[in-house]
Design a protein around this ligand. Structure first.
Ligand SMILES: Nc1ncnc2c1ncn2[C@@H]1O[C@H](COP(=O)(O)OP(=O)(O)O)[C@@H](O)[C@H]1O
Ligand SMILES: [Mg+2]
Length: 196
């Protein structure tokens, strides 16, 4: 079997905000198909790490190597949809492939057509998360960055998400406070502590 391809590598990454060290000498790599958990206290710099990876923040120093095949998909902690936007309109807006294909590849997330026809803002946190994930799948990322998707989820969605992530062929990095959830869905866990 061929060695897994390295998608992304960060070496000796440093980041400070106004003199405060967010991290120092941060190094890690993600391979194709790898499931990497990210854990750490609030304010430790987990979201900042993701924002650096997608290019919304710069590193102060260090090196980031991205493979040719790397295509990042970011599921942020915050939502960006219109006041009246329905699930179907959202998928039309963000997906780069036909939405029927997205819905079919994400059928394990159990989002019905009736749910997709409603304004997203009228749906529960669990359904909003499922639709956000569908939107992400429709961008065909080779590495998904999931920022605390398990917050405020109902039990059913948490279980669906767990099974979905366990069966997911592609690579992802998953920030969560839930160590047990990370243990069940990821191969390795990256600990982010203040300044490390
Ligand atoms: N753009 C910014 N400017 C200044 N400080 C920031 C900025 N973004 C985040 N921070 C600070 O950096 C620290 C890490 O934030 P964050 O990455 O959001 O932590 P986490 O996601 O681990 O809770 C926090 O102290 C936060 O206030
Ligand atoms: Mg955060």
């Amino acid at each position: 079997m061929a060695a897994p391809l390295n998608l992304l590598q960060l070496t000796q990454g440093e980041k400070t905000f106004g003199g405060q060290h967010i991290f120092q000498k941060a190094s890690f790599a993600v391979n194709e198909g790898e499931h990497l958990g990210v854990i750490g206290p609030n304010g430790a710099g987990k979201t900042t790490l993701f924002r650096i990876l997608i290019g919304e923040e710069d590193l102060d120093s260090g090196q980031m190597i991205k493979s040719q095949t790397l295509k990042l998909g970011y599921l942020s902690q915050h939502d960006h949809w219109g006041e009246t936007e329905t699930g179907n309109q959202f998928l039309e807006r963000v997906c780069q492939m036909p939405t029927w294909q997205v819905k079919s590849s994400g059928r394990d997330l159990r989002v019905s057509e009736a749910m997709l026809d409603r304004p997203i803002l009228s749906l529960s946190g669990g359904y909003r998360m499922r639709i956000k994930l569908l939107g992400l799948l429709g961008q065909k990322p080779t590495l998904m960055l999931l920022d605390e998707p398990t917050n405020y989820l109902d039990l059913e969605t948490t279980l669906l998400l767990e099974r979905f992530l366990q069966n997911f062929d592609g690579a992802f990095m998953l920030i969560s406070h839930d160590r047990e959830f990370l243990r069940r869905t990821t191969d390795h866990i990256l600990e982010v502590e203040q300044g490390k």
